[in-house]
Design a protein around this ligand. Sequence first.
Ligand SMILES: [Zn+2]
Length: 327
Amino acid sequence: MWNIVGHEWAVGLLAQSIAEGNVSHAYLFTGPAHIGKTTLALEFAAALNCIGSEVPCGDCLACRKIAVGTHPDVRLISGEGKAIGIEKVRQIQHEAILSPFEGRWRVHILSDFQDATPEAANCLLKTLEEPPKHEVLLLTVPEADLLLPTVVSRCQVVVLRRLPIAVIAETLQTRWKVHAADASLLARLSGGRLGWAIAAAGDSSILEKRKQYLDQLMKLLQVQGVHRWPYAKELCKTPGTLKGVLDLWSTWWRDMLLLKLECPAQVTNSDRRDDMMQAVKLFDPLEIRMALQSTRNAREQLERNANAQLALEVLFLDYPLLRNDHK
Ligand SMILES: [Zn+2]
């Protein structure tokens, strides 16, 4: 039994490739952060090496070792905040030519491979072009076009989509024992990413930070021009959080648009509805649309490794002014 919530299409495809003895040497899992790419890759690694009757059984020695990260043939490699370098890829290539120690397959999972150095990506091509017999490479990235086309074309691409909000709310309640009201809010805020919802349910600092970033947006909208730039500088002190902040602000602007269109039931940040109802009166629809588009553009630029402070400064100049005195 695959221990995966949702992603039925992807699970079906992977299970079928094992059942038919038609396993590819490389798969590329794509989808937004915290959607479950690495979780699915690990479950696939378990299915490939499981010695139980219904793979992955979750109970045999192989499954249990993979779950706790001690299986000698399954390795999860990430940059741990830094880019995956060529030395890690060379190490994989050394290991990949050896027969598996315990399992049927050697599996290397390279998460967030878009952050690998160009040398590392080029080096991996050699393994993709001439894959060793028992090796399966599993790469994860937010979007396939962040990788070299030569890398993507040698992988079977498995696209993971956001889960329905109702599925996440129900999973939080039944599996994680989260109260119904909290589960409903977290499911909305997760944007269909179960991993985010589970993390936020177990760590109150995630919601606390979200509150801080929304408050920060309110403050910066109340000043004009270069007075917004200190906010950009402040945000750039924690570069690892920037993409998440822009994703959050995108949901806020999208909510504003929904309120303008009088669709309050679809609002994501439902706990901030009263604040947003106040703010929405002060903007016209075009201002909101432009702010949403500019936020998405800045997010896209960060994904392409643009200069973060410059991208934020340009974004902040595009944001409309929230006139306090009209309140
Ligand atoms: Zn098993």
